[in-house]
Design a protein around this ligand. Structure first.
Ligand code: WQD
Length: 340
């Protein structure tokens, strides 16, 4: 079994995926520039899976370093490409940072990898490419709307780049995985989400409020056209998400894909409101959460959740962990990192 490159493999979803890859016997090499992670994650991965993945600390924006890397690693059979900037709000403030970091790096990777004999590529994409959907649940044929943020645009452009390269390169086979809202942590609490600075996303803000790092959670609007007035999302446990990556990669390695570029939505198929998420956290943690209703956040879509039939039927994958499982695991993780 050849080596698998995981870019951003010390990040939130990347680290959980490296664990699942190693649990399945894959040999993994990670490239991470540590801009949004820390070396301690490598220890967590090693402690859980009993194996320390190879790790190279450099920035994929450096084209020469990318070329040198592939010169040294001719035995790579697959790439799972997580490394990217992913804060929606920040991308509005710093668009060039996002286009350089999320697009140039993808181009440099493909320039080197597309000519490899076994060129199997998994792209980390997002439901954000759908924008505000016309119908729910969202399936993979839903129209791609004009991006609401530069971050979302980099995911749309990334998929188009890969699709076009697959058309002209007989070796390259790719799958784009469109995540809904990844949450949770590994049950061992040895790896989890490590937001740097004030968390942008709901669930880390919930746990940091409960642990006392934040005073109060603001619920961004309760006057939306939803049952309880708050926005609806499809919160998927990061371990379920990680397992889907291993299944998708195996599909490519075993040449079971129907075409050389496929897209799959990865969600639970269940829509949960912000207040549902808060209630789930309170149930799972036994903590009462301090929150208030605040103004709407610009750019929020009202409701998104996945039609998971394609991933269920064609990948043979379905999410197994519940919202409460995710809240229990992320609370255990928050308590652990707040102690250390
Ligand atoms: C979820 C809900 C907020 C914080 C984004 C990206 C997506 C993916 C996940 C990278 C919304 C509400 C949040 C808070 C709140 N990112 N909220 N108070 O915006 O659905 O998705 O992150 O892959 O691509 O678009 O996630 O967690 O920020 O928000 O009320 O302090 O929680 O309004 O309704 P989002 P989120």
């Amino acid at each position: 079994m050849g080596k698998i490159l995981v870019t951003g493999g010390l990040g939130f979803i990347g680290s959980h995926t490296v664990v699942e890859l190693q649990n399945k016997g894959f040999e993994v090499v990670i490239i991470d520039n540590l801009s949004n992670s820390s070396l301690s994650v490598l220890d967590g991965i090693t402690a859980i899976s009993g194996k320390k993945p190879e790790f190279e600390n450099f920035d994929l924006k450096d084209k020469n370093l990318v070329q040198n890397f592939f010169g040294k690693h001719q035995d790579i059979q697959g790439i799972i490409h997580f490394a990217a900037s992913k804060a929606v709000g920040e991308s509005v403030e710093e668009p060039l940072l996002y286009y350089e970091n999320n697009i140039n790096t993808l181009i440099y990777l493909l320039q080197e990898f597309k000519s490899f004999e076994a060129s199997n590529f998994i792209f980390s994409s997002s439901c954000t490419v759908y924008g505000e959907p016309d119908q729910l649940p969202i399936n993979e044929n839903a129209p791609i709307k004009p991006a609401i943020s530069p971050y979302g645009n980099t995911k749309q452009i990334g998929e188009e780049i890969i699709r076009d390269v697959c058309k002209v390169s007989e070796n390259l086979n790719a799958i784009s995985l469109r995540y809904f809202n990844p949450i949770g942590a590994h049950e061992t609490a040895l790896i989890g989400e490590l937001p740097l600075g004030a968390p942008q996303n709901l669930v880390p803000f919930i746990t940091q409020t409960a642990i006392g790092k934040r005073n109060q959670l603001s619920v961004f609007g309760d006057d939306y056209p939803t049952p309880d007035g708050t926005c609806i999302r499809d919160y998927i446990h990061v371990v379920d998400l990680a397992k889907a990556h291993v299944i998708a990669l195996t599909r490519l390695l075993e040449k079971n894909n129907k075409s050389n570029f496929e897209v799959f939505n990865l969600g639970t198929g269940i829509g949960s409101s912000v207040l549902d998420a808060i209630k789930s956290f309170e149930r799972a943690s036994g903590e009462k959460l301090n929150y208030k209703i605040a103004e709407r956040r610009v750019g929020d879509v009202v409701s998104v959740f996945a039609d998971t039939k394609k991933a269920n039927l064609e990948l043979g994958w379905t999410s197994k962990l519940t919202l409460d499982d995710a809240m229990r695991s992320t609370w255990k993780w928050e308590q652990k990192i707040s102690k250390s």
